[in-house]
Ligand binder design. Sequence first.
Ligand code: NAD
Length: 373
Amino acid sequence: MRYRVTLVPGDGTGPELTEATVRCLEATGVEFEWERLDAGADYMERTGDTTPLPQGVIDSIKRNKLALKGPLTTPIGKGFRSVNVALRQELDLYACVRPCKLFKGLATRHDRVDLVIVRENTEDLYAGIEFERGSAGVKEISDVVDRRLGKKIHEGSAISLKPISEFGSRRIVRFAFEYAIRNHRRKVTAIHKANIMKFTDGLFLETARQVAREYEGKVEFEDLIVDNTCMQLVLKPEAYDVLVLPNLYGDIISDLGAGLIGGLGMAPGANVGDLGTVYEPTHGSAPRYQGLDKVNPLAELLSGVMMLRDIGEAQAAERLENAIGQVLERRTHLTYDLCRLLGLPPEKAVGTSDLADAIILEMERAGQPVAMR
Ligand code: NAD
């Protein structure tokens, strides 16, 4: 079987990371047909296109239902709040899945971390509904707030809105439970601040509790306030399994999760919707390292491992993941971020492509490619 996948190499360090990832994925023996398309800030500059997100990219993802994407730079002051957010909205990629699994070779503060963060991707403060200081929108909203709630908003304020719907909450919580069942996970924890935001987070929590009842006896459920969650995750991450969160908390806790497993260079992700799935690292384009063959390819490669699992190539995913684990344990081929994490001298660090080579060699050492067995 040959899998047709949309490939968006991205900006900054994206093309180097994507090249390394593609080589490792192909070395598993699984066959891919990559539909390579450019998007982002570099694409705009090179082609003179006025949008960083050409329609061809959206159409290709809708056709193939699978995409592997490097990070994209958001051009500053060119109209787009974020290309990545726009892509998620265009394709209604409503669930962001970010597994945070600690490899043994990187165990420093904790022995075991194996969390999955499920972040709602379309609503909340992150939806980008904002009114600028001094705008008519701020004036109108301030008037309504005064009239309806008797509360004063300071003169000269800017305002962001936080829409949370029953529909959006139900959809993401159900996704989290279904994910838990498919992946043999034992517990879902809903994260919120419903003690303060009684209507928005309150609705999220109430809906989560309703959905949880449908899964009683199959998957455990609990809820936790977001500030407490930060502390609990730092102290005892092993107590958690699948976390489901509204958009902004999901964004923040994702980085906390990345910190628990070795940093942004180790944090994969997938944005999932009914029209398709876009696999991409959690980190951005790290533009200051562009062209240096320096940054860690594992966040994007582990996103590729997620893709292999989702398309049913579990054996290939396992071989690749085992090879990554072996290379990390050997500590001879680590990028600068991992050397820093483990207290190894910077001169020991290898480049993006060296780490990919070591993983491919490790897979070869471990046996024939799956497709050739
Ligand atoms: P960033 O994630 O690109 O980089 C922050 C720092 O994290 C880097 O300086 C580096 O020290 C470290 N880092 C990131 N990736 C790494 C890797 N693979 N290996 C080792 N270290 C790594 O964040 P930023 O500087 O805030 O953003 C740069 C650009 O990326 C911005 O334009 C932003 O909008 C964009 N961005 C894109 C995405 C995406 O495509 N999904 C996500 C976040 C940010």
